[in-house]
Write a protein that binds this ligand. Structure first.
Ligand code: M6R
Length: 643
């Protein structure tokens, strides 16, 4: 989704801004732009381009792009943006940065201004001419108008604060004003924004994600909702929404390396699929050490300090003790991971689990009690619907946990506790390793809850040693699976031309079927749906004929036989039935399956960790065979920060 960068300092400006934007590129975008202060002409300059960031780099003045840090004794100042269209198509006019009518103010914006239509009408009535279809343009004209209505020499930070009071919605803004040539201004409201601070407090970066500035500094200030910041060679000034000066809480980033590198793979998605054995090892490390040792799960909440009046972090055992209901919320792949967890936790821990898409949950009035534990699953920790849903749960008095790959995210900063899924940076828009890491973290949470429960459930506890043993075996089993690529090449070639797929499963693999369908549709644009085998006869079977591939997940265990019957029903309608199984197919089924993909036998409760991988590989190779943009599929963004 949209990305913001900004810089104030003595480094070569344009190469730095482009490089920072490149770090955000993976999030999905359709146009890009930069503005900078040109000290020779005393003017703000802007260059924009549609399409890939390279188009912007090519359009920038070559002499400025060739500058090196050594060539710059003076302060440089600039902002940049990649845009994912919400209001208006991806055109040059709609790309950011946007200028005020008098050309003296320029800004970049992430988020959505919900009252933009009213603001626009009002501003048009005052003579402002809109050049774009964006909601963003209303902010920049409003800044100019506020300036006109305010006493001369009012500091620009106050103009920004007053303008902000008139905005409704979610936004992160970074602004430059011609009258303040060595100053960068920024503010946020329900959209992330972080400031990077140079060693001597006289050099600053602004970014919507720390990934964009981590190459330059590890000292950061995460802005909180409502806060405004003014950056200048004299230092950083932080204000609350009322204009009161605040003392900034500067943190040293403690997250692992945030490097973005394909490491020789053709696509990030393939690299991330192959990282999964290590992702599981990493997720288990220090948490599951031996089959007879309890799970050690800690609150991975980001840095908190008494100096800033934070309450002490809650421990996970305190949060899960005496919980009588679990509610899991998430979107897309994270939602599917929650559905798998429902089967796992209800069966093992005997606690009721509800799972709901966060975008629906937030507009209901769910029943929550102080004994309800609400777990928000989000790779990015920034998904707007999930963030708002967990906020509401917290306000309603429930206990809250964020299960995320980004313990530095907005979500992680607002909940009682955090479980870091430890997948490492996931660049491909299509979630793969984060799904598997989420599953492992949820399994650990389930086992942890069972071990903390009073009164204890001896029969359930007796299941744990073999389950833990099976979990520890998963990385090696994954490695064995990943050594076979030919199968997927062949299947991709055979099935890529089919316009529609069904993924069918039952039990704990039903959500994996949904996840498989999501993978295929998002990167190959082939229509696909995940269905429960039990539901097949209630409608979707009408779709089946020789033109419909039906990929069936036949995990050994409680529903294997039921699934075999569903496969026969599909084959009887001449569907192209493909089996994905970790159990020998019984005699008599030779004609049922067109193709059989096998994977290692494992505990049924853990089978989603393995069954997900062939579906990821099949989707990957089909998309690759079709020549699709695998890592940045059309219309999609890595982090969905707007509703
Ligand atoms: O960052 P989140 O986990 O909150 O993202 C949720 C979804 O947008 C995400 O899982 C999406 O469905 C994936 N791109 C699917 O591969």
């Amino acid at each position: 989704m949209c990305g913001i960068v900004g810089y104030l300092g003595k480094k070569a400006l344009l190469p730095l801004l482009v490089q920072s934007l490149r770090q955000l590129e993976y999030r999905g975008y359709d146009s890009a732009g930069l503005s900078w202060f040109d000290s020779q002409s005393n003017q703000l300059k802007t260059v924009k381009a549609t399409g890939k960031l390279q188009n912007l780099a090519n359009a920038l003045p070559p002499e400025l792009m060739q500058e090196t840090d050594a060539t710059h004794p003076a302060y440089q100042l600039g902002i940049g943006h990649i845009r994912w269209a919400t209001h208006g198509t991806p055109t040059l006019d709609n790309a950011h940065p946007h200028h005020s009518q008098n050309g003296e103010i320029v800004l970049v914006h992430n988020g959505i201004i919900e009252n933009f239509a009213t603001l626009k009408q009002d501003l048009q009535g005052k003579g402002y001419v809109f050049r774009s279809e964006t909601d963003t343009e209303s902010i920049v004209h409003l800044l100019e108008e506020t300036m006109k209505q305010t006493a001369e020499n009012t500091p620009f930070i106050d103009i920004l604060r007053q303008t902000k009071q008139q905005l409704t919605g979610a936004y992160a803004l970074t602004v430059m004003h011609q009258g303040s040539p060595e100053r960068l201004f920024a503010t946020r409201q329900q959209a992330p924004l972080v400031v990077g601070i140079g060693l001597n407090n006289d050099e600053f970066w602004v970014a919507s994600d720390v990934v964009a500035l981590v190459a330059y500094t590890n000292k950061v200030l995460y802005l909180e909702d409502g806060q405004l910041v003014e950056l200048s060679p004299e230092g950083l000034k932080l204000f609350d929404a009322d204009g009161q000066a605040l003392s900034p809480r500067v943190e040293t980033i403690v997250t692992g390396p945030l490097t973005i590198d394909k490491k020789g793979y053709k696509h990030f998605m393939l690299k991330e699929i192959y990282e999964q054995p290590d992702v599981v090892r990493n997720a288990l490390s220090g948490r599951l050490s031996a089959v007879d040792a309890p799970i050690a799960l800690e609150n991975d909440a980001p840095y908190r300090s008494k100096q800033h009046g934070d309450s002490l972090p809650k421990t996970l055992d305190a949060l899960v003790a005496d919980v009588d209901r679990l509610v899991i919320i998430g979107c897309g792949t994270s939602y599917n991971a929650g559905l798998v967890a429902k089967y796992f936790i209800e069966q093992l821990v005997r606690v009721s689990v509800e799972v709901e898409a966060a975008g629906e949950y937030r507009y209901r009035q769910p029943v929550l009690t102080p004994k309800t534990l609400v777990v928000a699953i989000s790779q990015s920790g920034e998904t707007a619907d999930t963030l708002e849903a967990i906020r509401q749960a917290k306000t309603s008095g429930a206990r809250t946990i964020a299960l995320t790959n980004r313990p530095d995210s907005s979500m992680a900063r607002e909940v009682d506790a955090v479980i870091d899924v430890r997948a490492g940076v996931e660049v491909s828009v299509c979630a793969t390793k984060s799904f598997v890491a989420q599953l492992v973290a949820l399994q650990l949470l389930g086992i942890f809850m069972l071990e903390q429960r009073t009164p204890a459930l001896p029969a359930q506890l007796a299941l744990l040693p073999s389950l833990k043993q099976a979990l520890l075996r998963i990385p090696v089993q994954m490695e064995a699976m990943l050594s076979d690529v030919d199968t997927y090449h062949k299947l991709a070639k055979k099935y890529a031309a089919y316009p529609s797929f069904l993924f069918v499963a039952r039990g704990i693999n039903f959500p994996v079927a949904m996840e498989g369908a999501l993978k295929l549709k998002e990167i190959s644009y082939i229509h696909a749906e995940g269905y429960s085998g039990a539901e097949l006869k209630h409608g979707p079977i009408a779709l089946l004929d020789e033109k419909m591939p039906v990929l069936t997940l036949l995990a050994g265990g409680s529903v294997f036989d039921k699934m075999l019957s569903n496969c026969q029903e599909a084959r009887a309608r001449e569907a192209q039935v493909i089996a994905l199984t970790n159990e020998p197919i019984p005699d008599g089924y030779a004609d049922t399956f067109m193709d059989v993909i096998t994977y290692p036998a494992c505990d049924e409760l853990l089978s989603p960790l393995l069954s997900a991988i062939p579906l990821q590989l099949l989707s990957y190779y089909i998309a690759e065979h079709l020549g699709k943009d695998v890592d940045q599929p059309r219309n999609l963004a890595k982090s969905v920060t707007v509703e």
